[in-house]
Write a protein that binds this ligand. Structure first.
Ligand SMILES: Cc1cc2nc3c(=O)[nH]c(=O)nc-3n(C[C@H](O)[C@H](O)[C@H](O)COP(=O)(O)OP(=O)(O)OC[C@H]3O[C@@H](n4cnc5c(N)ncnc54)[C@H](O)[C@@H]3O)c2cc1C
Ligand code: SF4
Length: 328
């Protein structure tokens, strides 16, 4: 690993100031992704700015929502009583991340901003688009864990964050701090689809900006469900998963947010599934219809057609969980 300078800022302003350098500066949360990338020679920063000392609290907002500091660990998020009561899909997603060790060390900021798990990206020998190259090795290669939506390229990753999906489903806003001050971005607008111009990044953060908080609006009268499918139950990223947030009128679904994870370069909001749910009774038949609708516009790659069935089932079962129905 290349030698680097280590900065331990006292507050968020110092953290932002420390990112300004002639070399490459990178932000360190729990370090599980960044340090692994450095050990694999995917990234070689000159300076590391530790943000674990920033806000690690969950506080109530005046409008009845919650504000989550980016240094909150995944385990603290998973075990937070108010988060569980108000946003159970966030707790459900947090508790399924990796292993207890990963959840103890990983932070909300690091989880949301972690880089793709594509095996070509993680191997220094493969200089693909995301590393400044001019091809995607997954197109004609091993693409069984890659995207089934948003496959126009140039990259075909799936976004690796489990927390990002319920954050989008609950309509969260992300507070970002940079040299020009702070701004708030809707979680749904924070993550970006790859284009030739922005393929080196997965979100709207500039190099000298940090994510400081996730701000959740009051949930209102909603039902929530979250369902993940993995190869095996221990320490794997999901093959596909879904969070649904349903605004209810009695037992009728007034409107729905259906977001899928591990299927696209960003948390994938399924408008067809949302349309299939609006105005319908909340029951198993409606859940099955929405599952079908969710994959109606999928464009799988050569090796991942199987993910369509999994994505369909994840949506159906997330809705059944929201309805309080048994899923197996
Ligand atoms: C075996 C295994 C299984 C896993 N399974 C899952 C899973 O199921 N779901 C899932 O979501 N994850 C999973 N992970 C990934 C793990 O959850 C992430 O690596 C971890 O959450 C990253 O958090 P961190 O704080 O350690 O990040 P770091 O490594 O510190 O940071 C990750 C990236 O985010 C940037 N960053 C960190 N904080 C900020 C900030 N505040 N503002 C801007 N940028 C920031 C860093 O510069 C870095 O590029 C798994 C990991 C392993 C090893
Ligand atoms: S999917 Fe993206 S990260 Fe993977 S090889 Fe293709 S361009 Fe690189």
């Amino acid at each position: 690993m290349k030698a680097f300078a280590y900065v331990n800022p006292a507050n968020e302003k110092e953290a932002v100031a420390a990112l300004k350098t002639d070399g490459i500066a990178m932000v360190l949360g729990g370090g599980q992704d960044l340090l692994a990338r450095m050990k694999d020679y995917i990234d070689s920063p000159d300076r590391i700015v530790n943000v674990k000392g920033l806000d690690a609290t969950v506080t109530a907002t005046p409008d009845g929502g919650l504000k989550i500091g980016s240094a909150v660990t995944i385990v603290d998020l998973a075990e937070h009583a108010q988060v569980a009561a108000m946003y159970p899909a966030i707790s459900a997603a947090a508790i399924e991340v990796g292993t207890p060790q990963i959840r103890n060390q990983g932070t909300v900021g690091g989880n949301v901003n972690q880089r793709p798990r594509c095996w070509y990206f993680r191997n220094e020998e493969f200089v693909c688009y995301k590393k400044g190259g001019s091809r995607c090795f997954a197109v004609n290669g091993e693409n069984q864990y890659h995207a089934i939506f948003g496959n126009d390229g140039p990259s075909h990753i799936v976004h690796p964050s489990s927390l990002a999906v319920p954050f989008v489903a609950y309509g969260a806003r992300f507070r970002v701090l940079g040299p020009n001050g702070e701004r708030e971005v809707a979680a749904a607008d924070y993550f970006t689809m790859p284009t030739l111009q922005n393929v080196l990044k997965e979100n709207v953060l500039d190099d000298e900006e940090i994510l400081t908080h996730v701000i959740l609006p009051a949930p209102g009268n909603v039902k929530h469900g979250h369902y993940e499918v993995r190869y095996k139950q221990s320490h794997d990223w999901p093959l596909a998963f879904s969070t649904v947030v349903l605004a209810m009128n009695g037992n009728t679904i007034r409107s729905a947010r259906v977001v899928l994870g591990a299927v696209a370069p960003l948390p994938w909001r399924s408008r067809p599934a949302e349309e299939a749910l609006a105005g319908k009774p909340l029951n198993e038949a409606t859940a099955a219809l929405a599952g079908e609708a969710a994959v109606s516009e999928a464009k799988p790659m050569s090796g991942n057609v199987y993910k369509m069935q999994i994505a369909k089932t994840a949506v159906k079962r997330a809705i059944m969980r929201a309805a309080g129905l048994k899923t197996v």
